[in-house]
Design a protein around this ligand. Sequence first.
Ligand code: XMP
Ligand code: MG
Length: 183
Amino acid sequence: MDASDIEKDLTEILHTEEEILAKLKELAVRIEADYEGKDLLVVGVLKGAVMVMADLARSFSRHVEMDWMAISSYGSGTKSSGVVRILKDLDTDITNRHVLIVEDIIDTGLTLTWLVSNLESRKPASVEICTAFRKPDAAKMAVPVKYVGFDIPDEFVVGYGLDYAEKYRNLRCVATLAPHVYS
Ligand code: XMP
Ligand code: MG
């Protein structure tokens, strides 16, 4: 399999690696200003947010602590099940901590709505959300997201951590997936 085999599965590149890195740098500057003088725990949501977390965290010039949660709201398909399960919980006690959730994408908003209320029940000092991508036309729940990279159309996308059946996460760009792959 060579690169062109993967490219055949893509219909359009929505954002290149360069665009994504530049946007995350902008967000990191805002986040640093907003959390000045406060400790910050960034919580990455596995597995999709791995790339976002790696690039966002390295855009900071301050100390930042990282932890991870793995939750599941999707099977291997492209539709939200609405049912969220914790597959891996935080290692950190977040009581009185400033928590910033780092996500790959917000689609219906169901997953994050669940996650925010789960984390808020642990009595943190604050909980905010940073997402690389958001699909405004797919929203079923209004999620107050403080830091958004890009709003994208309501289409299934892959790359930069986002998968279809565990593939395409290692693409550097974010692209729409050709319907022939999943239909
Ligand atoms: P909801 O609908 O709960 O979904 O906001 C959030 C989670 O669903 C996954 N998701 C996607 N994964 N391409 C993907 O590879 C997509 O277009 C897409 N839309 C949603 C993702 O795991 C996200 O955290
Ligand atoms: Mg995710």
